[in-house]
Ligand binder design. Sequence first.
Ligand SMILES: [Zn+2]
Length: 273
Amino acid sequence: MTTSAAVLPIGLWRSGARSREALLRPMSGADQEFLIEAGSGMPPAVRATALLARCVERIGHEPVTPAVAAELAAGDREALLLHVRRLTFGDKLDPVVRCPNPDCGKNMDVPLRVRDLLVQPAAGDLPEYLERDLPDVGTIRFRLPSGADQAAVADLARRDAPAAARAMLARCAGWDERELPDTALNVVSAWMADLDPQAEIRLNLACPECGQAFTSLLDAGAFLFEESAMRSRGLYREVHLLAFYYHWGESEILGLTPSKRKRYLDMLMEALE
Ligand SMILES: [Zn+2]
């Protein structure tokens, strides 16, 4: 399968430097099936890790195992998921967003392009740990949140978001959670967001119905999962047609990318007309 290169915004920390060159491929039918079958039972961060380990072949010289994918900064994971989306289904996406105005609540299609959602990688490399002065606290040393950190606090985040933010900072700065003043929590969280802007994809929108302006977050992993689930009916229909007419095995057909399946199906439809 054809691979493509992408530059990570942060990069994997190895031997005192950042590896930022990633080599990845589009999802095959088997990856789509993995997402909608096995992936549906996984927590989102674990599912994203598993998909990245399947589709990202190398970062620098290092093969991408689930452990390596979990070690990546949150923004690098979002960037890679967006690249996987672009390679598999194209640059354009149309997420449906619901208007938050309680008197309206209309769903709207938001036409987007992956290339507009990708943050330009910074020119210089970030160190593994950052040090900054925090008034009344002193110098603090922290690293950026990774996929493993996201997975570790995911359960807590559903029940108690502020507690999850504290737990995240405790992991990234080696702090005792009970000792963390709230001001420190807010300041360091804002630093992290500045340092890894790709970690949170914010859409500034206005509702076409009621005119309400609002911000919506796009989670690349959740979007890809929902999109794959939505396309799954089409996937099995395509496998059926190719198996029926070409007599190929299911696993051979699932090894193809969606664009390659489409090419065979277009030829098949032409021949059948
Ligand atoms: Zn509205």
